[in-house]
Structures are given as structure tokens and as C-alpha cells.
Design a protein around this ligand. Structure first.
Ligand SMILES: Cc1cc2nc3c(=O)[nH]c(=O)nc-3n(C[C@H](O)[C@H](O)[C@H](O)COP(=O)(O)O)c2cc1C
Length: 179
């Protein structure tokens, strides 16, 4: 049995933020940028579709709306300070690649950069932005995916709110019908 207490509704997100925390890279008008993101979800297997919520207040929102493409990069705990930094500054005033020591790499199908220090990079195109003003929601299709050749489970970050993160790493295998 787990003893429980009532939780304010405003804190629900702290229980089910899916993770991993990702870095959403864009390039618009000759400016590259990267934003920290944890509100995203898989929508379909193949082609892979991802829904992601990007606040209209963020510089990234305008870039996504205009260029309709991005890269989602998956960071690990080794670059946690940069991940938090990219979530607390805006590309309007800061070149975050330079400020946080991230190395941009050319993507193959989109203009937005990949990130050399990340475990994985997903080159994406916006396929549906109809709900962007209502829910800040963009639906992305992954066009090309890159993953580290390392076999070690990535120590990804999972946001618990207020600057706290769980760090993944340990894996277990159980019988399952899921893919
Ligand atoms: C751990 C973490 C998770 C975040 N998740 C999101 C998110 O899912 N959607 C969003 O719009 N902003 C999110 N943010 C906030 C943006 O990263 C932040 O507003 C950033 O400064 C926007 O950068 P930009 O103006 O360069 O686009 C998150 C920040 C942190 C630290």
C-alpha cells in the first residue's frame, strides 16, 4: 500500500512529464537556436509522429511556425547544465550553442542543426500545426533518425519540476506484447 495525499492540480505535470527532456533545435532567418523541452509525446510508430507543446512566448515557436522543421536531440546527464541553460535563456538574445558549449552538426534533411554532444538526433518536419494557437501543439514527422553507436543505456534526464530531474540508466526486460 502507498500512503497518499491530495496534490494541487497545478502540480500534476510533475508526476507525468514523459521525458526524456529533449533539445529542440531550429534555424530561421540565418539564426540557429535550441530550446529545452519536456512536453512531448509519441503519436505513431511509422512514420514516427511526435506531438510537442511549444509556448507561443518562446522564440522557438515563431521559428517552427515559419520554417516548419526542426531537430529533436536527446541529451544525457553529462550535459545537464547546458540543458537547463537552454531552458532558461532565449535565442532572441543568446547564441545558446556558443553560450553552453554545444557543437552544431549539419543535419541531412533539414536546415536546423543536430547536436554533437547528444545521444540521438531526430530530423523532423511539422506536418500539422492546426492546434498551435489553441494548445501550442505541433505535430512532427521524423524524417531521419540518428543514434549513438554506444550500447550503454543513455542516462537521459526526466523533469520532475522546479529544476529537479530523475536520471535514467538501469534497464529491465519483461515479457510484453508491445513492440
Ligand atoms: C526542463 C525544462 C523543460 C521545458 N519544457 C518546455 C516545453 O515542453 N515547452 C516549452 O514551450 N518550454 C519548455 N521549457 C521552457 C523553454 O525551454 C524556455 O522558455 C526557453 O527559454 C525557450 O527558448 P527560446 O526563446 O530560445 O525558444 C522547458 C524548460 C526546462 C528547463
Amino acid at each position: 500500500m502507498t500512503a497518499k495525499r491530495s496534490l494541487p492540480l497545478a502540480q500534476v505535470y510533475r508526476l507525468i512529464e514523459p521525458g526524456p527532456v529533449v533539445l529542440l533545435c531550429t534555424a530561421s532567418g540565418g539564426r540557429r537556436n535550441v530550446m529545452t523541452q519536456s512536453w512531448h509525446t509519441m503519436i505513431d510508430f511509422e512514420p514516427p509522429l511526435i506531438g510537442c507543446v511549444v509556448s507561443e512566448a518562446n522564440y522557438t515557436f515563431a521559428a517552427l511556425e515559419k520554417t516548419r522543421e526542426c531537430v529533436i536531440s536527446v541529451p544525457t546527464v553529462e550535459i545537464a547544465a547546458a540543458v537547463v541553460g537552454c531552458g532558461n535563456t532565449s535565442g532572441r538574445t543568446v547564441d545558446k550553442f556558443q553560450a553552453f558549449g554545444l557543437t552544431p552538426e549539419r543535419a541531412s534533411l533539414v536546415a536546423a542543426p543536430r547536436i554533437a554532444e547528444c545521444y540521438a538526433d531526430l530530423e523532423c518536419r511539422v506536418i500539422d500545426a492546426k492546434l498551435r494557437h489553441r494548445y501550442n501543439l505541433f505535430v512532427l514527422q521524423v524524417l531521419k533518425a540518428w543514434r549513438s553507436i554506444s550500447r550503454k543505456p543513455p542516462r537521459t534526464l526526466h523533469h520532475m519540476g522546479k529544476g529537479r530531474f530523475m536520471v535514467a540508466g538501469r534497464t529491465i526486460s519483461l515479457p510484453s506484447r508491445m513492440k
